[in-house]
Design a protein around this ligand. Structure first.
Ligand SMILES: NC(=O)c1ccc[n+]([C@@H]2O[C@H](COP(=O)([O-])OP(=O)(O)OC[C@H]3O[C@@H](n4cnc5c(N)ncnc54)[C@H](O)[C@@H]3O)[C@@H](O)[C@H]2O)c1
Length: 331
């Protein structure tokens, strides 16, 4: 079976594609290989995927609707997993248009392709950042997510709204995946776990925001991939209850949190990293960054009930894999 993975040269798309290929799916990868972070990393990931003959790659921007449609014309594609997006909270304060381009215009093009080429299940990346100013923990898909605090979060919430509309109007089963701080080998250099590792190794000072008073539900990449794979076979069905909860609908629409369900305090995270690297970090304490949130913590009840899956990798184990990869890759 063919599966289209957008953002296939990205961190999550690479790992997911690798896993799907190992499960004997044929993967059609799409990515524009943009320069948001080191393109070499994207090309290295791609090289690994392209060594498998069941992987076919298109260097296409989601905004190029004609090129995108051509891919759907060339292949029969029952399942689409949309991971391509402009990611990053901080960058969205300075480059909002980039989020409009990829996350809004690009996503509508994906929805339109799913509509016109009879896709049976669309899964797409949302984000824990949609919880924005929410202070109730753990974050539940039953909670209101009407108070985003960055343009990044607003575009992810918009994806969920647009997904719902297409589920309703055209009966396309859509599954939105709210990922919580994903980390692991081949990860993203713009994320703290990556830049902290680099700076500790190089003896540089790291900035600790909100004076260290933050926590994150760090989720290991293999757990994210496992969660997605488990949900492939569960296209959402209409919820027949009179008043469906916010994460479901009378349309075939569903939202899941995929997180580790065990937040770690920033200072403990730094401590684990120091132990793994075998070197003390030089710290500079700084105030909270605009757009940032103090805490994330996933309620994963729906994932457990529907997919029978609970992420279990501890930060010590997962970061151990990352640090080992980092040292080899940057040798
Ligand atoms: N990594 C995390 O912690 C995390 C957390 C929550 C949500 N997410 C979401 O998960 C998805 C994957 O994230 P990631 O960490 O792998 O990021 P990533 O930046 O490594 O991967 C995204 C890929 O999409 C490609 N891309 C971006 N815009 C495109 C466009 N217009 N057309 C075609 N390709 C385009 C990029 O070149 C990149 O390779 C994103 O939607 C992101 O917002 C990630």
């Amino acid at each position: 079976m063919n599966i289209l993975v957008t953002g296939a040269a990205g961190f999550i798309g690479f790992h997911l594609s690798k896993r799907l290929l190992a499960h004997n799916y044929s993967v059609i990868g799409v990515d524009n290989l943009n320069g948001y972070y080191d393109v070499r990393l994207k090309k290295e990931r791609l090289k690994i995927l392209e060594s498998n003959e069941k992987f076919q790659f298109y260097k296409v921007d989601l905004v190029n609707q004609e090129a995108l449609n051509q891919i759907f014309k060339n292949h029969s594609i029952p399942i689409v997993i949309n991971l391509a997006a402009q990611a990053g909270v901080r960058y969205s304060l300075t480059h909002p248009q980039s989020y409009v381009h990829s996350n809004l215009v690009g996503f509508v093009n994906i929805l339109e392709a799913c509509r016109h080429y009879q896709v049976e299940h669309l899964l797409y990346a949302s984000s824990s950042s949609v919880y924005g100013a929410n202070t109730k923990i753990p974050f539940s898909t039953q909670d209101s997510v009407d108070h985003p605090v960055s343009i990044y979060a607003a575009t992810k919430k918009a994806n969920e709204l647009m997904g719902h509309t297409y589920s309703h109007l055209f009966n396309i089963p859509t599954t939105g995946l709210r990922f919580f701080t994903v980390y692991g080998p081949w990860g993203r250099p713009d994320m703290a776990y990556y830049s902290f590792t680099k700076d500790i190794i190089e003896g540089k000072t790291i900035k600790v925001y909100n004076n260290g008073d933050m926590s994150r539900d760090f989720t290991f990449i293999d757990d994210i991939v496992e969660g997605i794979v488990k949900l492939l076979d569960h296209p959402p069905k209409p919820d027949t209850k009179r008043n469906p909860c916010p994460s479901s609908s009378h349309a075939p629409y569903k939202i899941y949190n995929i997180g580790n369900n065990s937040p770690v305090r920033l200072m403990d995270f730094i401590n684990i990293l120091e132990n793994l690297i075998g070197k003390k970090a030089k710290l500079e304490f700084a105030p909270m960054q605009p757009g940032d949130v103090k805490e994330t913590y996933a309620d994963i009840t729906d994932l457990q009930n529907d997919a029978g899956f609970t992420p279990e990798t501890s930060l010590e184990i997962g970061l151990g894999h990352f640090v080992e990869w980092y040292k080899n890759f940057h040798d």
